[in-house]
Write a new protein. Structure first.
Length: 284
C-alpha cells in the first residue's frame, strides 16, 4: 500500500501517511488473529477437542493421572497428544468460559475477571471452595502441552492451554481480578467453521460426566451418526468397570439430554448402536 503514496507529497505528509497505513495494517492483523464473536447463550470449542477424550468423563473421586506426551483418543479425523495432569469435564466447563471471555479480543491478550463473576457464569456456588476449585482448574491447564493434528491443519498446532495465569501479586496478596492468557494458536485451531457450538444453559443443567461429554459430541454433528457404545466408552475416557454398567450410564445420560431439550429421542439397538435425533429448538 505504501507504494501508492505519491512521490510529489511533502516528506512530512508522506511520513504521516505511512504511519496511518501501518496502524491500519496492524489493526487488520489483530482482527484476523482473534476468535470470532458469538452470543452469550452459546460457547464454542474446536471439533477435534470435543470429539476426544482430552476432557475425560471420569468419576470426580478417581485420582487424576499425570500424562506425558500421551495419545488421546479422537473419534474421527485427528490426533491429539497431551502432557499434563489429567483433565475432566469440569475443566472443560472452565475452558469453555475462558474461550468465551477471549472472543473478539486480539489473540494472546490478557483477559481479566473476578472469581465471583466466573463462578456465577458457570453456576458454581459463590464461596471460597468454588474459588479454590477455579484456581485449581486454571493452574492445572496452565501446566499443559497440547498438540493437535488433522487433515485440515497442514502442520498441526501445539500450545499450552493457558500460557499465563495470575491470581496473586509479587507480595503474595490475592488479586481482586484474575489474569489469564489464552494461546494465540487457538485461533487457527478454531478455523472458520471447525468448531462446535454448545448451548450453555443446557450444558450447565447437566451433571459433569458422560452426559456433558455426549452433549458436546452430538453437538459437533448437525445430524449425528449412530455411534457404538464401545466408541463412546473410549472417546469419553471412561473407566467404568464393565460395558454393561457403562451402557446403563449412557442410557441415563441420554435421558438427561432429552430432559434439557437437546435431543428429541434416542434408542440403543441390539448392536449397541446409539441413535439420537437432535432438537433444534435453540438457535446459534
Amino acid at each position: 500500500m505504501e507504494e501508492n503514496i505519491p512521490e510529489w507529497l511533502p516528506e512530512s505528509i508522506k511520513e504521516r501517511t505511512k504511519s496511518a497505513i501501518k496502524g491500519i495494517n496492524e489493526r487488520e492483523q489483530q482482527i484476523q488473529m482473534q476468535l470470532p464473536i458469538w452470543n452469550d447463550a452459546t460457547r464454542r470449542i474446536p471439533n477435534e477437542i470435543v470429539r476426544s477424550a482430552l476432557f475425560k468423563a471420569k468419576n470426580r473421586n478417581t485420582k487424576r493421572e499425570y500424562l506425558k506426551d500421551a495419545d488421546v483418543v479422537v473419534i474421527g479425523d485427528g490426533q491429539i497428544k497431551y502432557t499434563g495432569e489429567e483433565l475432566r469435564q469440569n475443566d472443560e466447563i472452565v475452558w469453555l468460559e475462558l474461550i468465551h471471555l477471549a472472543r473478539g479480543v486480539p489473540a494472546g491478550q490478557v483477559i481479566e475477571f473476578t472469581p465471583y463473576s466466573f463462578c456465577k457464569a458457570v453456576k458454581w456456588p459463590i464461596n471460597n471452595g468454588s474459588y479454590t476449585r477455579l484456581r485449581e482448574c486454571l493452574t492445572r491447564m496452565q501446566a499443559t502441552s497440547l498438540s493437535v493434528y488433522s487433515k485440515r491443519l497442514q502442520e498441526g498446532i501445539s500450545l499450552s492451554m493457558i500460557p499465563q495465569f495470575s491470581w496473586k501479586n509479587e507480595s503474595g496478596t490475592p488479586l481482586s481480578r484474575y489474569k489469564v492468557n489464552i494461546a494465540p494458536q487457538l485461533v487457527s485451531l478454531f478455523g472458520d467453521t471447525y468448531f462446535t457450538q454448545i448451548e450453555w444453559e443446557q450444558r450447565l443443567m447437566l451433571s459433569p460426566g458422560i452426559a456433558t461429554w455426549l452433549h458436546g459430541y452430538f453437538a459437533s454433528h448437525r445430524s449425528p451418526f449412530p455411534v457404538k457404545i464401545e466408541t463412546v466408552y473410549s472417546g469419553s475416557g471412561s473407566t467404568s468397570k464393565d460395558m454393561k454398567s457403562f451402557k446403563r450410564q449412557v442410557k441415563t445420560a441420554l435421558e438427561s439430554l432429552v430432559e434439557v431439550g437437546f435431543i428429541k429421542e434416542f434408542s440403543i439397538d441390539d448392536s449397541s448402536l446409539i441413535h439420537v435425533t437432535r432438537n433444534y429448538k435453540y438457535s446459534g
